[in-house]
Write a protein of this length. Structure first.
Length: 311
C-alpha cells in the first residue's frame, strides 16, 4: 500500500517530459529499423534495457521487432538478472542471441590472468566485436545514457565505430535537427543510444508509469557485503573478503547491474519504484560512481574501454 507521498511521486511520474523522451526514443528506434540493414538490440535484463524493450514494443507492436535481442554474457552475472533476461525475452516471443566471454576465453581471443576470478567486464568488448562480425550487425542499439559517466556524455545518439570496432570521440557526426547519418561501410557499425537524453530519475519514473517488472535485486533486500574503499562489495565466490576485512549483513539494493566482480549495491530500504524515485531525486552521486569498482581505477577508464570497443 502506497503512502500519500509515494502516491504523489507516482502521479508526477506521468509528467509530460516522459512523453517527449518516449517520443524521441521511438523515433530513433524507427530510424534504425528504416535505415540500417541488420540492427540488433542489446538486452542484459538491466533496468535501462528493460525500458528499451518497452519503447520497442511501442514502436513496433503488434508486429515483431525488426531486430533480434542480444546479450554479451560475462559468465559472472547475478543469477536473478539472467533468469529475468530469459523470462522477459520468452514473454515477448523475440529471438535472444547470447554470446559468452567464456567462449572467447576458450578461443584464446580473451586472455585473463585468472579466468575464474578476474573481472570480465572490459573483456565484453572482444566478445561483442566477435558477435558483430559473426552476424554482420551494422547497428547495435543499447541503453547507455549521457548522465552515467563522463565518456558516455561525449556520445552521439548514432555513435560511429570504425572497422576495428573502435570509437573516436573526435570523429563523431553532427546530429542537427534530429537528422542522423547512418551510412557505414562494410566492417563499420553504429552504436545507437535511444535513451541518451534520459537520466536515472527519468528511467525510474518511466518504470513506475509503465509498471515495468525488473530483477528483484533492484529493490531493497538483505545481503552480506564487505565494506571496501567506500563501497559495499557483495560477498560471493568471486568477491571474497580480503585479509582483515569484515562481512556485514545490510539492507541494500542495486542501482545498476553488471559483472559480479565489479558491481556493488548501495545501502537502501527502497522497496518500490516510488521509494527509489524519492532516493534518486536527492542523490548527488551517479549510479556508476556509487557502484562500479572498475570505474574507480581512473577517470579515463571508461573512455579507454570505449575506444577499444566497449559499449
Amino acid at each position: 500500500m502506497t503512502t500519500t507521498i509515494e502516491q504523489h511521486i507516482l502521479d508526477t511520474a506521468s509528467n509530460r517530459h516522459l512523453d517527449w523522451l518516449e517520443s524521441e526514443a521511438i523515433h530513433i528506434l524507427r530510424e534504425v529499423a528504416a535505415e540500417c540493414a541488420k540492427p540488433v538490440l542489446l538486452f542484459s535484463g538491466g533496468k535501462d534495457s528493460v525500458v528499451l524493450l518497452r519503447l520497442a514494443e511501442k514502436a513496433f507492436r503488434p508486429g515483431r521487432f525488426p531486430f533480434p535481442l542480444m546479450h554479451i554474457d560475462t559468465g559472472h552475472n547475478f543469477a536473478e538478472v539472467i533468469d529475468f533476461r530469459d523470462r522477459r525475452a520468452a514473454e515477448l516471443g523475440e529471438e535472444l542471441i547470447v554470446r559468452s566471454v567464456e567462449d572467447s576465453i576458450k578461443r584464446g581471443t580473451v586472455r585473463l590472468r585468472n579466468p575464474q576470478t578476474d573481472s570480465r567486464n572490459a573483456a565484453q568488448a572482444v566478445t561483442l566485436l566477435e558477435a558483430i562480425e559473426e552476424f554482420g550487425f551494422d547497428a547495435c542499439i543499447g541503453g547507455a545514457r549521457r548522465d552515467e559517466e563522463k565518456a558516455r556524455a561525449k556520445e552521439r545518439i548514432f555513435s560511429f565505430r570504425d572497422d576495428f570496432g573502435q570509437w573516436d570521440p573526435k570523429a563523431q557526426r553532427p546530429e542537427l535537427w534530429s537528422l542522423y547519418n547512418t551510412q557505414v561501410h562494410p566492417g563499420e557499425n553504429m552504436r545507437v543510444f535511444p535513451i541518451s537524453n534520459w537520466t536515472e530519475l527519468d528511467i525510474w519514473q518511466y518504470i513506475a508509469r509503465e509498471k515495468l517488472a525488473l530483477p528483484s535485486i533492484y529493490y531493497a533486500h538483505e545481503r552480506q557485503v564487505i565494506p571496501r574503499n567506500g563501497l559495499l562489495v557483495p560477498l560471493t565466490e568471486l568477491t571474497p573478503p580480503k585479509e582483515g576485512e569484515t562481512v556485514e549483513t545490510q539492507i541494500v539494493r542495486f542501482r545498476t547491474v553488471g559483472d559480479i566482480s565489479c558491481t556493488c549495491p548501495v545501502a537502501s530500504t527502497a522497496a518500490s519504484p516510488a521509494a527509489i524515485i524519492a532516493e534518486t531525486a536527492i542523490t548527488d552521486i551517479t549510479e556508476r560512481g556509487a557502484t562500479r569498482m572498475d570505474d574507480q581505477t581512473s577517470e579515463a577508464s571508461m573512455e579507454k574501454r570505449k575506444k577499444e570497443g566497449y559499449f
